[in-house]
Unconditional design. Sequence first.
Length: 498
Amino acid sequence: MLGRQASIRQKITLGYVAGFLFILLITSIIFVNLILIEERIGFYAIISRFLDTTLEMRRYEKNYFLYRKKEDFSEAMAYIEEATELIRENRESFGEFSSSLFSWLELFRTKDSSRAGNVSEKALGLLNEYRDLLERDFATGRPDSEIEREIREKGRAVTEIAERLSETGTRNIQALIVSARKSLIFSVILFLIGTVLIARMILKIAIQPLKELESGMRKIASGDFEMLSMSSKNDEIVSLNRAFNRMIKELFAQRDIIRSEKLTSLGTMLAGIAHEINNPLSNISTSAQILSEEIDSDDREFRRELIGQIVQETDRARDIVKSVLEFTRERDFKKGEINLLKALRETMRFIRSDLPTYITIAFDVPEELTIFADKQKLQHVFLNLFRNAIDAIPDEGVEGKITVTARENKDNEEVEIWFSDTGKGIPEPIINRIFDPFFTTKDIGGGTGLGLYVTHEIIKQHDGSIDVKSQPGTGTTFIIKLPLKGDDDGREDQTSDS
């Protein structure tokens, strides 16, 4: 470790280095086992050849004693020489099996059966005695039962040495294979345990803290602005937590800015709301006065018509108040399916008192076009764009026009909304700054410089984009692009578009 607590990167690197070294160790052990098995198999082939040679030697020995032919004697001698040569060429390898064969060799009453020798010496001694006896028997030219008995005994001893060597070699190979299998199983178990430990370490030092951060950010996304606290002591997680908390402070400030701008917008539209409500109230008052004068009249149809007008105007006033309450109510960000044209027309109520007589507003929006958005915040965007367009059209006696156009782009799965005006336009040097907070070209007291900044933030909150095109003297067009459909979470939060 590096003095203080190791970083996540150091811990994970250390874990993987330990895992790599462990795999390297296990691979080395398996590789050594394979080399040993290969060597044993190679020596086992020599033993098998030695066994086959001794068996052939005994076969020609028996033929010689049966038929007393010189050819059988020569073949037997040739196999004796081959067996002797095999032992001499592999003396050390044969010697490895000495300890396991000494006790068995002592059963034979050879001239040297002490433990001081080894298998190769015993086998060579037996082969030399076997060859000498066979040559003596061949030289006499007549059968000798005593010599024949000794020859058979020596030959049997050599053959049994070869068989014992073969059995011992087989057992050694089997033991090595079993050992290699056990080593492999043990290695796999240790590797799995090590993998689990490394996974738990990563889970504890990285994944769990990141899950806590994710949970905290989900709360923030839902509007619950609280500082994040972390139990992890790792420098990276602590640093990330501080960065998120700085971001939360910025969001607090941004939320206050948006609330401030919204209050400013609300103040500027109160006059329009008062005018809007005053119209239905005046109509209600007029109808009520006429009704009171005609209360004793026999014209019931006329009275019913007056009452209908009062009900109609009351509903109109209620809808206006409902729209205002919906716009001003403080609530969490909540997407729902809304009718775009209806939302635009409702927004018109908030600016009607500010709309000069020489400016007309036209909508080119399909009546059935719906989008997935937060209605309150989207109306805030529309209100800001309407007010900007009205302020941009000079009072020079020339009629101005604001046109709102919307189309559905199914290829990109988005809705495009154009706010166009015939105003004075935006000069090239400042067009890239209009979405900056507190930037305004109006006189002191004429605006906060937050309207377009808040508009930009709301559109971004909807995963959309807003752009502007303008030519000084010919007007300005704001282009809004919003996703055609919301995500799964949003569909669960659908709200009414009334």
